[in-house]
Design a protein around this ligand. Structure first.
Ligand SMILES: Cc1cc2nc3c(=O)[nH]c(=O)nc-3n(C[C@H](O)[C@H](O)[C@H](O)COP(=O)(O)OP(=O)(O)OC[C@H]3O[C@@H](n4cnc5c(N)ncnc54)[C@H](O)[C@@H]3O)c2cc1C
Length: 583
């Protein structure tokens, strides 16, 4: 197998991966970087982000307010040292993006404009119309091109982390166009592989979001943290799951049920107050809004369609000029995918799986417990999102912690020993054998598409917006069964060139491992907090569960779930209040 020697291997070239690469290159131009991505960087999911990135800039705002909103939004499961670092750093990162050329939308006077966002009680979300991720990713990509030390490996699919003597020493990846495996020998590896919404059947996430980094880290012995916290975004388009950004409501859009009634006032989101309704109603946090939809559905107040029940997003009162200036993509998406123009019609929407709060356990330097392995962006759990991420904190997170991962990897690499070549070769050969076995076996009986569908259905049914002991147990049993059946998977396409059957098979393996950690963590957390709502344990239980769940790989058996204390520095757990006067 060809060995490619580098200093830092970064898996993932979305926002987090590119930001990490730039940080390494800026810190020390002599450090070699291999930037590995299974898609061309601009096709990473960051490109799809619409609404914006939160950072304190207005004079009536403060770092403390952003901290409070984030901690409360996360139902006190956030690590407060990480949140504090995040809110302090993000304005600098967003300004840095401006200097690198990110075209932030402006006010009349030329200042950077901000818009309201869910759970943020002050306007602080920077945006570039409703294509923020697109512009951020372009900005990072074009900036990365000026550093000769960043060597890109586009369309390389990573499969396994190399671990020797308790350190991470590299990663294997298949060159997709030839089917050949390469061994990247590295002193440090940074995982920036994004989320895993594709574990669920109805999601805003692109097809590449399959939890590959989670799977690799987990099998290498790194715990996955807070996996039970799965975010449903309240406004996805029925049928496709395409997102209509929270920016729609940030700009003034409202949600109504089948009677045209703004039902959120019945769910503790406060009275429909005059604009800007920063305290709540449609700008409440995503977990609460998705839960309200579930109740409306139970009451028969939703509207049935061929793609399931919906409510309506009404933006007509915003007017064509504002919609075209602030929400051009939303107009385009609604017109193209559900045939309704928001300027003149109500748009059907329903909750959709959007984001994973959990992920690879890291400290505030983006370091995992495995020396030499770092993680940042959506695949990591640092944790600033706790039990429910606030919209527009994720684009900031990937900048702040992507940069930190890069800088701390540089520190580590300076004193890390050279990887042991013989040990690497042996592990590389094992990774290769796993793939070769898939090609040569003749007894495979299971199909990728069938197992994936069964996994999707079991997770939606068992670990959805509301869960209980029976449903989560069903998901546990089903994912364990599917992991067994996966051993008998049949690769139908045996060719080498762009073998999508192979890659979908590897992605399914990763998703099944992760799905089992979601189900087990959800089954064992006997309380309701943020996005994890148990019908059989309706209250939050700080005496037992003010803790992160940590899922550890256990071979063929289900993961072992342990708990780790949450870091609390200055905000003691309290009731989450929206729709009131609190700041
Ligand atoms: C539709 C949508 C809208 C959103 N809007 C917002 C918003 O307005 N504000 C906000 O804060 N957040 C938003 N989010 C969330 C946010 O965009 C994501 O959490 C964030 O962009 C993730 O960035 P990332 O760099 O961690 O991962 P990604 O951008 O997903 O990149 C992952 C990278 O990993 C690579 N990769 C994965 N597996 C492998 C493998 N096996 N081998 C090699 N490479 C691999 C991929 O090729 C890709 O380059 C939105 C999300 C979605 C889905």
């Amino acid at each position: 197998m060809e060995v490619i020697k580098t200093d830092v291997a970064i898996v993932g070239a979305g926002g987090a991966g590119l930001r990490a690469a730039i940080a390494v290159a800026e810190a020390d131009p002599s450090i070699e970087i291999a930037l590995i991505s299974k898609v061309y960087p601009m096709r990473s999911h960051t490109c799809a982000a619409e609404g914006g990135a939160a950072g304190v800039i207005e004079s009536d705002d403060s770092l403390e307010y952003h901290f409070n909103d984030t901690v409360q939004g996360g139902d006190w499961l956030t690590d407060q040292d990480a949140v504090e670092l995040f809110v302090n750093t993000i304005p600098k990162e967003l300004t840095q993006m401006e200097h690198w050329g990110c075209p932030w939308s402006r006010k009349e006077n030329g200042d950077v404009a901000v818009r309201p966002f869910g759970g943020m009680k002050i306007m602080r979300t920077w945006f570039a119309a409703d294509k923020t991720g697109f512009h951020m990713l372009h900005t990072l990509f074009q900036t990365s091109l000026q550093f000769p030390s960043i060597k890109r490996y586009d369309e390389f699919f990573s499969t396994d982390l190399m671990v020797d003597n308790g350190r991470c020493t590299g990663v294997t990846a298949i060159e997709m166009r030839s089917g050949q495996m390469r061994l990247f020998q590295a002193k440090a590896v940074i995982l920036c592989t994004g989320g895993a919404g594709r574990i669920y059947p109805f999601t805003t996430n692109g097809a590449i979001k399959t939890g590959d980094g989670w799977g690799m880290a987990y099998r290498a012995g790194v715990p996955l943290k807070d996996m039970e916290f799965v975010q449903y975004h309240p406004t996805g388009l029925p049928g496709s799951g395409i997102l209509l950004t929270e920016g729609c409501r940030g700009e003034g859009g409202i949600l109504v049920n089948k009677d045209g009634y703004r039902y959120l006032q019945d769910y503790g989101m406060g009275p429909p107050d005059p604009w800007p309704r920063l305290k709540a109603m449609e700008l409440g946090p995503r977990d609460r809004l998705s839960q309200a939809f579930w109740h409306e559905q139970k009451k028969g107040n939703t509207i049935p369609t061929q793609w399931g029940d919906v409510v309506h997003l009404d933006m007509r009162h915003l007017g064509e000029a504002k919609i075209d200036e602030r929400l051009p993509l939303v107009r385009d998406l609604a017109s193209s995918y559900v045939g309704t123009d928001p300027v003149t019609s109500l748009v059907p929407v329903r909750p959709v799986v959007h984001y994973m709060m959990g992920g690879i356990h890291t400290d505030i330097d983006a370091a995992t417990p495995l020396p030499g392995l770092y993680a940042a962006g959506e695949c990591a759990c640092v944790s600033i999102n706790g039990a429910n991420r606030l919209g527009s904190n994720s684009l900031g997170e990937l900048l702040v912690f992507g940069a930190r991962a890069g800088r701390h990897a540089v520190e580590y690499v300076r004193s890390a020993p050279e990887p042991n070549a013989a040990a690497l070769e042996k592990q590389g050969a094992e990774a290769q054998k796993r793939i070769t076995d898939l090609f040569t076996r003749t007894d495979g009986t299971e199909r990728v598409a069938v197992l994936r569908r069964e996994m999707n259905d079991a997770m939606e049914e068992g670990c959805g917006i509301y869960r209980d002991a029976n449903t989560t147990k069903m998901s546990c049993d089903k994912t364990t069964e599917l992991r067994q059946r996966f051993k008998r998977i049949n690769l139908e396409d045996k060719s080498n060139v762009y073998n999508t059957d192979l890659f979908q098979c590897l992605e399914l393996g990763n998703m099944l491992d992760c799905a089992e950690t979601i189900a087990q963590s959800a089954f064992q957390r006997q309380e309701s907090r943020g996005s994890h709502q148990r019908l059989d344990f309706e209250a939050r239980d700080d005496s037992k569960y003010l803790k992160h769940s940590m899922a550890a790989y256990n071979g063929d058996d289900p993961p072992k779930i342990d708990y780790l204390d949450v870091v609390i520095t200055k905000s003691q757990p309290a009731e989450r209040v929206y729709g009131g006067e609190q700041k």
